[in-house]
Design a protein around this ligand. Structure first.
Ligand SMILES: Nc1nc2c(ncn2[C@@H]2O[C@H](COP(=O)(O)OP(=O)(O)OP(=O)(O)O)[C@@H](O)[C@H]2O)c(=O)[nH]1
Ligand SMILES: [Mg+2]
Length: 444
């Protein structure tokens, strides 16, 4: 719970004004005073009540609306929280803020401060906070599902369960080391510890194997559009984006900078990157564009390498993660040539007539689909690092266990559990002692 010295914070929690409704939240020890000052009453917890908001200094009515009261600790932040539902006018919100700002111990909330207080008060753990951030930022269904799973503790509950198993094994080992003269400590403690550690290591490896997919889903599946100048790269990007994001012209070398556009392909976020046409050039600006184009192609998840259908000797694509060659301007070649070319291993496309576009979209969706499906548990580098460290320590524990060194096993397990604790933001040394005394009734 927040201490007496904690400020009471307030902020507009709904979107940009003006809007139909504005939600102002107040959290902290004096939230009740804020509500009484503005609305003249505090309703029953969790029940919406009609209220007339006034400025007590002038007695002026500010607005009519609703108020909600959540008494701490049963609130989002764990503190007393009031929610004001106002009409979403700028002057209304400004007047409410003016009243709150005059109150002793009140100040505007900093970014993320409500969530931060929820974290500090144990309402959310660290990975749930990250899930919440992703949930608000999610732009596609697959991103939303993944974020919601994390917010609901998908990762933390798994990590906590792992940690508990480790802490228990550790406690048993330490009991055997520290209290080996006590009669009620089992003899062979290493065998169950080894079994536990190798089982956990296996589970961690499989969660880690899924991590790149989770991280990628947050950022989007990156598709770079590359190829020689003037083949219709920007035209294709505009067509896929269904708006004019890039300049198209018959002059080769039109695109210089890499241009990004976000697409939602069947729930999976795809970032298309239009790049400068790749060719030898003396123009330093274009040369920089070509350098960037090649770098983007190299880093992309998929490269669509475009060449003109009538080009008999098109330049080959640079090495990327995965390259698909597309032949553009299909409308400019006769049907005989079209047949001959499509017999080869490339797709024909006309951004002008739309021919081949459906097939391309299907292909992109199926390439990106790997990111959808069952949401991954690890979605951030921070979590992956901590989990990798936990696994490394667990493997270390197995290695020293093989040599029969009990104290070292316990130490490696402790470091592994600590690394896991970093994922959820809860690392407690006290727990180990608690565990020893709970399960062995040593009674000291
Ligand atoms: N007939 C025909 N013309 C096309 C097609 N796609 C693009 N074009 C034309 O080809 C020219 C070049 O198109 P852009 O999209 O600017 O080509 P780009 O590959 O982005 O070119 P740079 O940015 O210079 O590398 C423009 O005049 C387009 O109108 C197509 O499918 N059919
Ligand atoms: Mg272009």
């Amino acid at each position: 719970m927040a201490g007496e010295t904690e400020d009471t914070i307030y902020a507009l929690s709904s979107g940009r004004l003006p809007a139909a409704i504005a939600v102002v939240r107040i959290s902290g020890p004096k939230a009740r005073i804020g509500l009484e000052t503005l609305a003249g009453k505090v309703p029953e917890p969790r029940r919406a009540a009609r209220a007339r908001f006034r400025d007590p200094a002038s007695g002026d009515a500010i607005d009519d609306g609703l108020v909600l009261w959540f008494a701490g600790p049963a609130s989002e932040t764990g503190e007393d929280v009031a929610e004001l539902h106002l009409h979403g006018g700028r002057a209304i919100v400004a007047a409410v803020f003016r009243v709150l700002g005059r109150l002793e111990g009140f100040r505007p909330a900093a970014a993320g401060e409500f969530t931060r207080r929820a974290l500090m008060n144990g309402k959310l753990d660290l990975s749930a906070v990250e899930g919440l951030g992703d949930l608000v930022a999610a732009e596609t269904d697959a991103q939303r599902r993944q974020a919601l799973r994390q917010f609901h503790g998908g990762l933390s509950s798994k990590v906590e369960a792992w940690r508990e198993r480790m802490v228990e094994a550790m406690a048993r080992l330490e009991a055997s080391i520290d209290f080996s003269d006590e009669g009620d400590v089992p003899e062979d403690l290493l065998t169950p510890a080894i079994r536990m550690a190798s089982g956990l290591a296996q589970e961690m490896r499989s969660v880690l194997a899924d991590a790149p997919r989770g991280e990628r889903l947050r950022d989007g599946f990156v598709v770079a559009i590359g190829g020689p100048p003037n083949v219709g790269k920007s035209t294709l990007v505009n067509r896929l984006a269904e708006r004019e994001v890039a300049i198209v012209s018959p002059v080769p070398g039109t695109t210089r900078d890499a241009i990004e556009v976000a697409l939602d392909l069947k729930g999976v976020p795809v970032v298309l990157v239009d790049t400068a046409g790749v060719r030898e050039t003396k123009d330093p600006v274009e040369a920089e564009g070509v350098r960037r184009a090649l770098a983007r192609a190299e880093a992309a998840d998929l490269v669509l390498w475009l060449v003109e259908a009538m080009d008999s000797k098109p330049p080959t694509a640079p090495a990327g993660r995965r390259v698909i060659v597309l032949r553009t301007k299909a409308d400019l070649v006769d049907s005989e040539t079209q047949r001959r070319l499509s017999a080869k291993d490339s797709m024909m496309l006309s951004a002008k007539t739309g021919a081949g576009m459906d097939r391309l979209l299907d292909l992109l969706a199926s390439e990106a689909a790997g990111l959808g499906g069952e949401p991954a548990l690890v979605t951030r580098e921070r979590q992956r690092h901590a989990l990798t460290e936990a696994l490394k320590r667990l493997e270390g524990a197995l290695a020293v266990a093989a040599k029969g060194k009990e104290e070292l096993v316990a130490e490696e397990l402790r470091l592994s559990a600590n690394a896991l604790g970093r994922i959820t933001g809860r690392v407690g040394v006290e727990e180990v002692l608690d565990e020893i005394f709970r399960s062995f009734c040593i009674g000291k």
